[in-house]
Design a binder for this molecule. Structure first.
Ligand code: ADP
Length: 463
């Protein structure tokens, strides 16, 4: 029952294997090797044939010259005498003396083939393809007579036959070796690619983002590809991890205000109607809703700014004026917290920016500085210009940021306070970075745990 589907499956996988890159590469290798063999054999045979032919023709011409001299000195009798005392110079041999009408006046031959060759010599000497062993020559002797000679080179014939047989043997063995070698080389070369494909399949199937491809201690392109693939996998893993953490944090941060919101509403509904009590509860509901809405708006703003889709209403602005405005916003809060704010604001630090967004940046940084600086501390706000940049710098004498947290403060919903007890969304610095970068600027941080932090925003100066 199962034989039909399994045989069709086998046929399918054979078809796939045949169409695979390794099969096609192996085929190309074999074709190139066989082609090279044929070209080399052809060139070799051609050169050998030419040199054997030249050598044979030379000895045919030498023999013909001797017969011509004998003919001229003693006529056909002298020729005949030559053959009487010594054998012909080749086993298959013909010598013909003909008049101008091709009537044979004298002839010596060992067989019919050599006669035929001698008859046609000169005009159309037949070639015994592919390695002609016949050598022909002809010369004009006195009174319109032609003396022609045809000699068969048995040695060359034998040599060419052996060469032909050996060539086929070499070709057969070479073809076998080429197929084996090409298959081995392509399999070996493509092993990293196969490993990549297998790893990808395993990841897709198991969903395990921690899987990696085996890498070799080599510097070739495929080893580089495997290393890059692993780096991409690691990056994907950390992105997915960050996304999961973000989602957890969002869920956590939304749960608290929503629970408070629900509890407030429930409390207001419980017991006898009391207008004052209900008003308080509704005010609290509005406050919590604003918190949730603010969080969602900030998240959307960050996503838009990071994607380059934030709408910026840019004008020529004085960064110093924006900074002063932001400092004024925190005047009361800082006094309440016992934190002093000092400012050093240079004139003419002009930028081309969205005033509302840059105010948000300055306010966020001052807010953090005041929030994370204990009573008695100091916050310094500076605006200065440096070359093509306008700089906004906030330095505080607050709690500082641990080295391991410094790289993460820009992440969405990150808070160094792991308990997430303190009020704060962990979105302020993400928004600062996204907005500053959307304006073509950069923001940097230097901090010392327990001593304080400095945040510096560099924006391009207005031209
Ligand atoms: P948050 O609303 O929690 O302040 P932010 O994105 O503004 O969110 O900041 C992220 C985290 O970076 C904060 O939770 C805090 O731990 C740390 N941080 C930011 N600014 C300062 C600062 N000036 N001093 C110390 N820690 C800071």
């Amino acid at each position: 029952m199962s034989s039909a589907p399994s045989s069709s499956r086998r046929a399918g996988s054979a078809k796939r294997a045949w169409r695979s890159l390794s099969a096609r590469l192996a085929l190309w290798y074999v074709l190139v090797i066989v082609g090279s063999f044929f070209v080399a054999a052809f060139v070799f045979a051609l050169r050998l044939e030419t040199s054997v032919q030249r050598e044979g023709n030379r000895s045919a011409e030498g023999a013909l010259e001797r017969y011509r001299q004998a003919l001229e000195s003693g006529g056909t009798d002298a020729l005949r005498a030559m053959f009487d005392c010594s054998p012909a110079p080749a086993s298959r041999f013909a010598l013909r003396l003909t008049d101008e009408r091709d009537v044979e006046l004298f002839g010596v031959s060992s067989d019919e083939d050599s006669r035929r060759v001698a008859v046609t010599s000169g005009e159309r000497a037949p070639h015994a393809a592919p390695f002609p062993a016949w050598h022909v020559a002809k010369t004009q002797v006195s009174q319109q007579r032609t003396l022609s000679i045809a000699m068969h080179d048995d040695g060359a014939d034998h040599l060419f036959r052996e060469l032909r047989e050996t060539s086929w043997l070499i070709f057969g063995a070479g073809l076998g070796l080429a197929i084996l070698g090409a298959t081995f080389i392509t399999r070996r070369t493509l092993r990293p690619v196969t490993a990549l494909a297998e790893a990808t399949e395993r990841i897709v199937r198991s969903g395990d983002l921690g899987l990696r491809v085996e890498t070799r201690a080599s510097t070739d392109e495929l080893a580089h590809l495997s290393a890059l693939f692993n780096r991409m996998l690691a990056k994907n893993e950390s992105l997915v991890k960050a996304m999961r953490e973000s989602l957890d944090n969002v869920a956590h941060d939304l749960r608290t205000p929503l629970t408070r919101l629900r509890a407030g509403a429930e409390l207001a509904l419980r017991g006898a109607p009391d207008t004052a009590h209900e008003r308080d509860a509704l005010a609290e509901v509005i406050e919590e809703s604003d918190l949730v809405l603010g969080m969602l708006t900030t998240l959307t703003d960050i996503v838009e700014a990071e994607a380059g889709a934030m709408r910026l209403d840019k004008h020529r602005e004085d960064l110093g004026a924006i900074a002063r405005e932001a400092v004024d916003l925190y005047d009361l809060v800082s006094k309440e917290g016992g934190v002093g704010i000092v400012t050093h604001i240079a004139a003419n630090a002009e930028i081309f920016a969205d005033r509302r967004r840059i105010t948000q940046v300055c306010a966020n940084l001052i807010d953090n500085a005041v929030k994370y600086t204990p009573a008695g501390g100091r916050v310094e706000v500076c605006v200065l210009e440096s070359g093509t940049s306008a700089i906004f710098r906030v330095t505080d004498t607050g709690i500082g940021i641990a080295p391991e947290d410094r790289a993460h403060v820009w992440d969405r919903l990150f808070r160094a306070d792991r308990s997430r007890g303190a009020r704060g969304l962990g979105l302020g610095l993400s928004l600062v970075k996204a907005v500053v970068e959307a304006h073509g600027g950069e923001v940097t941080l230097s901090s010392e745990l327990g001593t304080g932090s400095t945040f510096e925003v560099r924006l391009p100066r207005a031209p």
